[in-house]
Write a protein that binds this ligand. Structure first.
Ligand SMILES: [Zn+2]
Length: 163
């Protein structure tokens, strides 16, 4: 997103803060699990892990982003936060499970369950496939950092602006 929204960013620290916060925000329901209802077995049953919640927020924040001025930052930070929360739903669906139709239905879905059902041989051949997937994301990020593609641009902007 960096290149397309650069003119909206006045504080890179806030940009990173809200992006990273959105990525972990759905897991705030761990607090409910620990302090409010420790007998609840699955924290994905709380609304911070409902896709409808995050897609609704994403839609509203996108609307705000579209109608706001081209150099306005708060709408971008809102959209970034909601986008990261939505991506969290998708990534939790890979190896964990998400109740995609909640609160209408509490039937869970995960890609791993789907693979177990449709291609059990794949799990037997590649029992740690999800770790390979995560490792490939890590390697990609390391590659971008080493080759200084996006990191260089952002660090240049960070030092150019004071905040
Ligand atoms: Zn989660």
């Amino acid at each position: 997103m960096f290149d397309s929204v650069e003119q909206r960013i006045t504080s890179y620290k806030r940009y990173l803060f809200w992006g990273l916060s959105g990525a972990v925000a759905p897991d705030i329901d761990h607090i409910c699990l620990i302090f409010i209802n420790p007998k609840q077995a699955d924290h994905h049953l709380y609304f911070p892990h409902y896709p409808v919640f995050w897609f609704s927020l994403l839609l509203f924040s996108l609307f705000w982003l579209v109608i706001s001025k081209k150099n306005e930052q708060n709408s971008l930070l809102s959209f970034l936060f909601c986008l990261e929360g939505t991506i969290h739903m998708i990534l939790d669906s890979v190896t964990r499970h998400i109740y995609w139709m909640a609160p209408l239905s509490y039937r869970s879905f995960s890609i791993e369950d789907l693979i177990h059902l449709k291609m059990p041989w794949f799990i037997e051949q590649y029992p740690h496939w999800e770790l390979s997937l995560e490792a490939s994301i890590f390697v990609w990020a390391a590659y971008l950092l080493i080759t200084d593609r996006n990191a260089g641009k952002i660090s240049t902007k960070l030092t150019a602006r004071t905040d």
